[in-house]
Design a protein around this ligand. Sequence first.
Ligand SMILES: Nc1nc2c(c(=O)[nH]1)N[C@H]1C(S)=C(S)[C@@H](COP(=O)(O)O)O[C@H]1N2
Ligand SMILES: [Mo]
Length: 253
Amino acid sequence: MDTGYRKSMLDKKVSRRDFLKGAGALIAVTAAASPALLSGCFGVPGKTSSPPTTISQLPGVIYSPDVLRANRIPPGQTETGTWPLEGQGNAAAIDTTGWTFSITGEVSAPLTLSYSEFMALPSEKVFSDIHCVTTWTRLNNLWDGFGSKTVTGLVTLKPDAKFVIIHADNGFTSNLSLADFLQPDVIFTYQHDGTPLPAEHGGPMRLVVPQKYFWKSAKWVTGIEFSAVDKPGFWETRGYNNNADPWKSERFG
Ligand SMILES: Nc1nc2c(c(=O)[nH]1)N[C@H]1C(S)=C(S)[C@@H](COP(=O)(O)O)O[C@H]1N2
Ligand SMILES: [Mo]
């Protein structure tokens, strides 16, 4: 990782040590609440873990609603403890020095942020599961980053902004309704389980949309476009479902 990235990590108000303390507390809480939930972290293939009947939520962490379900494995999915690489794209590390994030489309004034400006936004933590259309599900992911509402709050939306097109490196896009994009667990993330997001998983910055199949979660984001009309994205125009709800098995078409 380049020094600019390192420096901004060190500059962050929440130090890595504080963060890890928090992550440790989270695991302690979930372990105390349910050994079954923790065992999910170690990925027993084919095993479906049940969450605790009550989950103690750490203050300051946003819990994706799906982690509170009695059964956290959607139809046709199998739990994995690994984090497989999926999709297409260049996994070469992106230098944060020239990184920009643009907000365009149906906004009163378009905006472009540098990496340090983006990293200076108020940060959030999200705890969520991942559901990939290729049928793996990875439970218990802790994301550090910036909420979609925080980013949207930087601009004034025009009334006809109804959809969000996520733009990423190499012209990749994914699309969401504005309502789905503004869910409280949607996060632009630079850190996973307390470790900087690896380049191959979308570092330095990716989107995570926990309540959709993972193809909506664009890696290597470069900006968002608010739109009056829906614009099906890279995978959505290659046979994948536009809505992508894993609980309804909205995989194709
Ligand atoms: N920029 C970009 N983002 C992308 C993709 C892609 O091809 N390019 N593929 C998507 C798909 S299909 C999946 S399943 C997830 C995979 O993320 P992972 O490699 O971190 O598991 O990224 C999504 N985001
Ligand atoms: Mo995927």
